[in-house]
Design a protein around this ligand. Structure first.
Ligand SMILES: Cc1ncc(COP(=O)(O)O)c(C=O)c1O
Length: 483
């Protein structure tokens, strides 16, 4: 058991459960149970947590206790809840799943799986060379204790230089090295968001950011992205009306949609955020990956005169996720405060890994050039296979990043992901990127696997898509969990 979720917390997670599309004829208890299953499948409600007592949840949702009792009964019947008299009810998943050490649930046997659930590349060949060179550098650090809460100076300087090269003058004391971008986000949230604080996010957005926000019990409002990206008036209107404590945005090749925020909107967002007292957390995970010669607008931080913008980024997308190196760019005092927060978490990042990062960044130009060519080839292979095998799906060609956001020919994303898993393809279905169980018409497809694997994966997806219709399944199957 990992904890307990209270009635109001679950009510918040459940959102608009009673008004979800397609539930007109199903009773309230079934809709409630279905939404809890969706939250479990999306990883937004952890496994092994104790759900609130029936009466508590009924009060939080302002519905009758009988409805909650019936929903819990159905969840027990479908294998999503285990109850013990007097002790309560715990969340679980039916069937062949286990808890990995990360707390995420992964299927038992996935060695042969074509994994389109993860949007990250294999390591570049330069990684081994960088690792060897790093071990040569290590003796310089071995005489000290090895704790560098803001990171080793060489890496902070290299990261600061990269910001300066993008037009945002930055000094090393404005950089804090973290163990990945996700860690950077978590630390920033610990510093800048009181538990229960309000946060604006894009919808769809990066699911693990939602997980980090859930960890702060954030009250989340969303800005729905249109087919061509942010709607300026709506985004600025949301900021002005909801005045969130913080907004989390991914302006470069947004995950999952691939959109690039134009310069004019960047400037207006910073001004609006300052006017209403909102801090901006800008996730620049994909900033190094424009494709087709796309020109990048200035970094959001360029428009910041009041330390409203905290930028986070890292090595995972351009270099390798297994390196676990990320960073925060903030004002020097904010970096000091982050370091103070960090000592209560993990003290510092590994010195050796930071040295590897220094060597990779020194080789950035060559690696960037190769990665861009590789990604453009893979993206085009994926687009070609989709046009051939799934011509009814609509995709906008992303001008960078590593993902396509495909609009399907029906609300079948979760069902398709489940069926694809059976033929060896793991998918991240649309609802994984939203808050309210919607987005069943969408699917994120990364182009990070080799071209031949992508073509093979699309062939298998197309086969099961066809089967979904042919076998005329009356109900969608339970969505697979993506780790
Ligand atoms: C938008 C975004 N932020 C953060 C991360 C996490 O990156 P890291 O591996 O550096 O923690 C990812 C990885 O997919 C991402 O897409």
């Amino acid at each position: 058991m990992t904890g307990q979720v209270r009635g109001i917390q679950l009510a918040r997670l459940l959102g608009q459960w009673h008004a979800l599309p397609g539930r007109r004829r199903s009773p309230d208890y079934a809709a409630l149970a279905g939404t809890v299953r969706g939250l479990l499948a999306d990883g937004r409600l952890p496994l092994g947590v104790r759900l609130p007592a029936e009466r508590e949840l009924a009060e939080a949702l302002r519905i009758s206790r009988t409805t909650v009792t019936a929903a819990y009964r159905q969840l027990r019947e479908t294998g999503h809840l285990a109850s013990r008299r007097g002790a309560g009810s715990w969340t679980m998943l039916p069937g062949n799943h286990r808890v990995a050490s990360t707390g995420l649930w992964t299927p038992l046997d996935d060695r042969e799986m074509l994994d389109l659930g993860v949007a990250a590349l294999a390591a570049p060949p330069q990684l081994l060379t960088a690792a060897r060179a790093a071990t040569e550098d290590l003796p310089r650090y071995l005489g000290g204790a090895g704790y560098h809460p803001t990171g080793i100076i060489e890496l902070r300087e290299a990261v600061a230089d990269a910001y300066a090269a993008r037009g945002l003058p930055t000094s090393a004391d404005q950089i804090m090295v973290t163990s990945g971008t996700q860690h950077a986000l978590d630390l920033v949230l610990r510093l800048a968001l009181a538990p229960g604080g309000s946060v604006l996010v894009e919808s769809p957005t990066y699911p693990n950011a939602l997980a980090a926000l859930a960890g702060r019990r954030a009250r989340i409002t969303t800005h729905g992205l249109a087919a061509d990206g942010w709607e300026p008036d709506l985004l600025l209107g949301s900021l002005r009306q909801t005045r969130p404590n913080l907004a989390y945005l991914i302006p470069e090749f947004q995950n999952p949609t691939g959109h690039l925020m134009p310069a004019a909107l960047r400037e207006r967002v910073v001004a609006a955020a300052h006017a209403v007292g909102t801090d901006l957390v800008i996730d620049e995970s994909f900033v190094d990956l424009p494709l087709d010669g796309t020109e990048l607008p200035p970094p959001v931080g360029v428009y910041d005169r009041h330390s409203r913008v905290i930028s986070i980024g890292g090595m995972s997308k351009l270099y390798w996720g297994g390196l676990r190196i990320g960073w925060v760019r903030a004002s020097a005092p904010q970096v000091q405060r982050l370091a103070a927060v960090r000592v209560g978490v993990d003290m510092a990042s590994p010195v050796l890994d930071q040295l590897v990062a220094v060597h990779l960044l020194a080789d950035a130009d060559a690696i960037v050039a190769e990665r861009r060519v590789q990604l453009a080839v893979q993206r085009d292979a994926l687009l070609g296979a989709l046009a051939q095998r799934l011509p009814d799906w609509r995709v906008t060609v992303p001008r960078g990043g590593v993902t396509l956001w495909a609009e399907l020919d029906g609300p079948v994303s979760s069902a398709l992901a489940r069926a694809a898993e059976e033929v060896g393809v793991r998918l991240a279905p649309g609802p994984r990127f939203g808050l309210d169980g919607t987005m069943e018409r969408f699917l994120r497809l990364p182009f990070t696997l080799p071209a031949a694997d992508l073509v093979e994966a699309v062939g298998r997806i197309a086969a099961v898509r066809y089967d979904l219709d042919r076998t005329g399944r009356r109900r969608w199957r339970e969505p697979a969990v993506i780790a």
